[in-house]
Ligand binder design. Sequence first.
Ligand code: FES
Length: 98
Amino acid sequence: MFKSINSNQGELITIYFEGKTLNVPKDYNVATALLWAGVCDFRETTLNNMKRGPYCMMGVCFDCLININGMDNQQSCTIQVSDGMKIKRQVINSSGKK
Ligand code: FES
């Protein structure tokens, strides 16, 4: 699906997605790192539980919202990955509860 045009990924760091260990380039933002690792669905819509993932990659569409280190509603396309970061899909039902 997504393929980097740069064959040199540079230094890798470790992040955790849904408890799974991922080694990703340290210079990537969270959305890019997850896409690079093969993760495409980041959250579900509140009305019909449709899966959503990054679209604009520039902080406009809000389709990349995700839980980072226990905090919901983080725009993953605007946040750089950091070593040890814990990331989860954001699943909130229509009543606003997880
Ligand atoms: S991908 Fe659109 S706001 Fe992040």
